[in-house]
Design a protein around this ligand. Sequence first.
Ligand code: SF4
Ligand code: SF4
Length: 124
Amino acid sequence: MSKEDNMAKALPGYGTIDVPKDRVVPFGAVTPAPVGTQKLFQTSNWRVVRPVKDEEKCTRCLQCYLACPDACWVYKEEDDTLEWVGDFCKGCQVCIAQCTVDGALVAAPELDFEGGVVRLEKPF
Ligand code: SF4
Ligand code: SF4
């Protein structure tokens, strides 16, 4: 059996699952996906809190940017700004947990916002 045929089996600690040859993805590979914003896969509609940044306290350490699983933070180097993209934020608060400055990023209830997800006519 070639190295490629046995790729999934060779990974230590992953058991012995037989993966069809055409489905094997090399370890560390990126799964191909359409590039760009996925308008039909919005993950914000079950959010009950959102991260709110205190501009005075934020040091632009970018830990929130690195930690967000949905790429909701956009850093613009030209003006050193860090923008939150709410369409895909599900309120998981991972960014808040990773923030390095006490109080720079806090969770605020969606109810506090005029256009908050919980106020939408059809949030789900
Ligand atoms: S709450 Fe979760 S999804 Fe929203 S910006 Fe933070 S890490 Fe990303
Ligand atoms: S992790 Fe906190 S301090 Fe760092 S850039 Fe994000 S909000 Fe600012």
